[in-house]
Write a protein that binds this ligand. Sequence first.
Ligand code: URP
Ligand code: ZN
Ligand code: ZN
Length: 460
Amino acid sequence: MRKLIKNGQVVTASETVTADVLIDGETIAAIGAPGELSNPNAEVIDAAGQLVLPGGIDAHTHIDMPFMGTTSSDDFETGTRAALFGGTTCVIDFAIPQKGKPMSDALATWRGKSEGKAACDYGFHMCIVEWTDETKANLDAMVDEGITSFKLFTDYPGVFQIDDGAIFRALRWARSRGALIQVHAVNGPATAVLVEEAAAAGKLEPVDHGLCRPSRLEGEATSRMVDLAEVADAPIYIVHLTCAEALKAVQGARRRGVKAFAETCPQYLYLDADQMALPNFEGAKYICNPPIRPAWHADVLWRGMAAGDIQTVATDHCPFNFEGQKDLGRGDFRKIPNGMPGLEPRLPLIHQGVVEGRITINQFVNLVSTAPAKLFGLYPRKGAIVPGADADLVLWDPQRAFDLSHASLHMRVDHSVYEGREVTGGPTRVFVRGELVVDGQTFLGKPGFGRYLKRGPVEY
Ligand code: URP
Ligand code: ZN
Ligand code: ZN
């Protein structure tokens, strides 16, 4: 089955050209000047007035994740369906091993959650939550399974946190295998003291969650992590970077030649710490970790994206319903499940940066698709519009009004953190491996169509 997308503006991370794209089965067969690729047997799709983008890649999701006594509210069927409605055609989620159990068990668990359900292609990062005599063998086995990125935590003491020695060992191992260490970089032990003090003073409202997590503690941990990577001579990727202090640490490291990479998320670009202080416990909707920051940090992050010091925008999609999940923490912020929904509106929110002149259209494509494909071993199969690549394509209307309110979105959660807001630009048609899966407001995809992706070494 051939499809010919005609008259669109093909936008990649490096250029924008008026071109036609021929799809043959699951992959892109050819790209040519308008009219050059006439193929009598192909179904013709008119993309006049539209951009043709490589499908979005969200490299940070937590779908169907058990966390803080509950489970994130999207499963792989609902989460990936919502992703497709927003132009994301591939997600990389996190498998989390139990202490004392092999990583292969966690991989089997997360593959069990996704198989038969995911409507878009997907891969997994593996978390490292302890360092034992078996860890290196576990990590080597994961690389053989196509897992080439590993998340570590300097936060969540007693749960996920591992010490700097273990992090350094992981960096040295990753260097030897072409793998990438990702770090949730916040000083967890210091945060725990601030939380303890707040609790003793009876300060347990949602806003106190943020007050116990000053940006300086993210800057401190980020600085320490990039320094460890420098000494280990290994690349490092800072997940969900939120603030000026952390960006400064990454920028400084990059200027010294360290292969330090950073990801931010739309909530840190559009939301404001004041939202955690909303009355009637509404602030709980905005609780995530690291927390949303005072608005001035967002300007610094946009500038970091424009300058190339932040390479990717993911979502950290970790939705919890307000009723029945967020409200577990009424009267005690320590029990509010940390995380928020974001998978669906990521591309429209970052495209808004193009509309406002903060980044270029090619930087937009790089941030949401090409750079994550490269860093996570999927390029050029994903994140590229070149012959041989998977035909994961998004027809994008740069003028479409994209409503961010709950009633217009498809994530399985009972609210939107962008209620009442609208941005300009959104997908009109979405293809995964050549199949039309979203046509306007109609979902044509199928649960189980998504394939597990074995990923290769990092490219940087
Ligand atoms: O609040 C968040 N980010 N929840 C998900 C877990 C994590 O640390 O990424
Ligand atoms: Zn994290
Ligand atoms: Zn996360």
